[in-house]
Write a protein that binds this ligand. Structure first.
Ligand code: SAM
Length: 219
C-alpha cells in the first residue's frame, strides 16, 4: 500500500516534469532558433557533426525525435530532396515553427510514440534525450527500437562535460529556461542503447567537439 502510494507520487512528479518540459519548450519556441544559432553553439556544432559522421543511405525514412523547430530536419532535407522526413516533438509551439512543408510533423511523447512498428530507417535524436527524465530514457530508446525497421539506425548527439564553474552555469541556465535536464554519461548511454536491443554500438567524442558525444547503433 505504502509502495503504491509512493509510486503514485513518483508518477505524479514525473507527469508534472513532462508537462514542465512541454510548457517550457512551448514558451522558448519563439526565441529558440535565435538562441540556438546566435547564443549557444548547439546548432552549428550539431550541423558539423552530422556533416562529418552521419551517412545517409538512399531512400531513407527519417524521424527526427525531439526535432523541435526543424533546424536539423532542414539540414537533412538540403541533402535528401526526396526522402520522407518526420519532425517529432512534444511541443506544439516548437513544431509550429517548422516552415518547410515537405517535412511531416507529429506531436507526441518519445516514450510512447503514436507510430507503427518498423516504420523508419533512421532515427536521430539531437540534444533530446537529456530532456527526458532518467526513469524514462530507457523506455524512449526501446520505443525508438520498436519504430525502426530491421537494420534501421539510430544517431544520437548528446552533451557531456566535466564539472566546472562554466558548465554548472550552463546547466543552471538551461534549467531556468527549459526545466531540469538529465545528462547521461557516455557509458550509461552505451548501456541503455544496448539494453534497448541495438547492436554495433559506437559511442565517441567527435574531433574538436569534446563536450559532445555521438552514439550510433543498428537494430
Ligand atoms: C534542445 S531541443 C533540441 C531540438 C532539436 N533536436 C535541435 O537540435 O534543434 C529538445 C527538444 O526535445 C523535445 N522533447 C523533450 N522531451 C520530449 C519527449 N519526451 N518527446 C518528444 N520530444 C521531446 C523538446 O520539446 C525540444 O523541442
Amino acid at each position: 500500500m505504502k509502495t503504491a502510494k509512493k509510486l503514485k507520487k513518483v508518477s505524479a512528479f514525473q507527469a508534472a516534469g513532462d508537462k514542465m518540459t512541454r510548457t517550457s519548450f512551448d514558451k522558448t519556441a519563439l526565441l529558440y532558433n535565435f538562441i540556438e544559432k546566435r547564443i549557444w553553439d548547439d546548432y552549428t556544432s550539431a550541423c558539423k557533426i552530422i556533416e562529418g559522421y552521419l551517412t545517409l543511405e538512399s531512400e531513407e525514412k527519417i524521424i527526427d525525435i525531439g526535432g523541435g523547430t526543424g533546424l536539423i530536419a532542414k539540414l537533412l532535407r538540403s541533402k535528401k530532396q526526396n526522402d520522407d522526413i518526420m519532425v517529432f516533438d512534444l511541443s506544439c509551439s516548437m513544431l509550429q515553427k517548422v516552415k518547410d512543408p515537405s517535412l511531416s510533423l507529429t506531436q507526441g511523447d518519445a516514450t510512447a510514440f503514436p507510430l507503427k512498428d518498423e516504420t523508419f530507417t533512421l532515427a536521430i535524436l539531437i540534444n533530446t534525450l537529456h530532456h527526458i527524465p532518467q526513469t524514462k530514457q530507457q523506455v524512449a530508446l526501446q520505443e525508438v527500437f520498436r519504430i525502426l525497421k530491421k537494420q534501421g539506425r539510430i544517431f544520437i548527439i548528446e552533451l557531456w562535460y566535466p564539472k566546472s564553474f562554466l558548465t554548472n552555469l550552463f546547466v543552471k541556465t538551461e534549467k531556468i529556461m527549459v526545466g531540469k535536464t538529465h545528462h547521461l554519461t557516455p557509458d550509461k548511454m552505451h548501456l541503455l542503447v544496448q539494453d534497448a536491443g541495438f547492436h554495433g554500438i559506437k559511442v565517441f567524442s567527435p574531433k574538436n567537439y569534446h563536450y559532445r558525444y555521438v552514439t550510433t547503433a543498428v537494430k
